[in-house]
Design a protein around this ligand. Structure first.
Ligand SMILES: N[C@@H](CCC(=O)N[C@@H](CS)C(=O)NCC(=O)O)C(=O)O
Length: 338
């Protein structure tokens, strides 16, 4: 509760500042750069590459928005934010949007005055252990020490799970994923818990990945998605529909590679609206009609973004699962472009 009050007052300060200023769209255009809050280093989702350029599944959303708004996916300044600093950074106006494995919850939506614009990854919380611990289920973690990041839903779910199963544990609080990995590998905790996607990303970078087991239990719902400040609805629409353009493109088979060819030949009205060949979708959100086309050309469709950064062919090796298209038994579903 104490934490909520703290966040709440900062949120109010942020909102007051926001009211006095221009709209986020105007600010981004005037600045010529999108400021995107991302994870400081979660391989596959958001992490700097060898040249210091941020890459990843969450980074692609920032790039798509920059392409839609500014016509250039490279015009993004990435601000690394930890679990604890991310929402105040958004509320205070330090970043224009957050694209950082953040779970959409009731309290964050209301009390923190954020708007989650969509879900870009349906996730759930899991546990990793060293193989040598000989544990095959989270229900065998009675009395365990567990590394858990502060300021996350993870902390709260962990408490709920152990309480519901009448088990005890000792939390080992960590500030970020790097510390979590380090401490887990050094044996400071029996288990490391976070979103299953985060576990897969962490394991991929561990030297002894084969000695680490991700337990089968998924103990929570973690709908992860990009967030904006509450109250600037047009900006929220821009981020939402730039993302949905990628999802819609996958559903209709539009890829980075075939986009121009499809645009030149398709008679499908939904695809024509998506690609700005018909209708005036762009004008409705203060952009031009090619905003979605630019977003798709910049990063590829949702499936391409998934496969390139975190999919089965990458070291992260995540299956589409819940994140498959609704037409393939998943939950990815873009509302119609009409
Ligand atoms: N989805 C959860 C957890 C997100 C989270 O912060 N996960 C950790 C572990 S993967 C992380 O990203 N840490 C990196 C950091 O803060 O540097 C939430 O929104 O609270």
């Amino acid at each position: 509760m104490k934490q909520s009050v703290f966040f709440g007052s900062l949120v109010m300060a942020g909102l007051v500042a926001g009211v006095a200023g221009a709209s986020t769209l105007d600010e981004v255009k005037a600045r010529g750069e999108l400021i995107c809050g991302v994870n400081p280093g979660l391989t596959g989702f958001a992490a700097p590459d060898a040249n210091g350029n941020y890459q990843g599944f969450d980074v692609a959303v920032c790039k798509a928005v920059a392409a839609a708004v500014l016509g250039d996916p490279m015009k993004v300044k990435y601000v690394p934010l930890t679990g604890e600093t991310r929402f105040t950074a958004l509320a205070s106006g330090e970043v224009d949007m957050l694209s950082r494995n953040s779970t959409w919850t009731f309290s964050r939506d209301t009390e923190l005055a954020l708007d989650f614009v969509a879900v870009n990854y349906y996730d759930g919380q899991g546990f990793m252990v060293h193989k040598e611990l000989g544990v095959s289920s989270a229900k065998e973690l009675e009395g365990a020490t567990i590394c858990v990041q502060t300021g996350t839903t993870t902390e709260m779910n962990l408490a709920d799970f152990f309480k519901a199963n009448n088990m005890t544990y000792t939390p080992v609080n960590i500030a970020d994923d790097a510390e979590g990995q380090q401490r887990f590998l050094a044996g400071a905790c029996d288990s490391y818990t976070t979103d299953a996607s985060g576990l897969a990303a962490s394991r991929a970078t561990m030297p002894n990945a084969d000695d680490i087991v991700i337990l089968p239990e998924i103990i929570s719902k973690e709908p992860l998605g990009p967030a904006v400040r509450h109250g600037d609805n047009n900006w929220g629409d821009i981020v939402r529909w730039s993302f949905y353009a990628l999802v819609e493109a996958e559903e209709y088979g539009v890829t980075k590679a075939n986009l121009e060819e499809v645009a030149a030949s398709t008679q499908n009205p939904e695809i024509r609206r998506l690609l700005g060949l018909e209708g005036d979708m762009g004008a409705k959100i203060g952009l031009d009609n090619d905003f979605a086309k630019r977003a798709i050309l910049a990063v590829g469709n949702y499936g391409e973004v998934f496969e390139a950064n975190i999919g089965a062919g990458t070291s992260i090796g995540l299956a589409r699962g819940l994140n498959a298209q609704w037409t393939q038994g998943g939950l990815m579903y873009a509302p119609p472009f009409r």
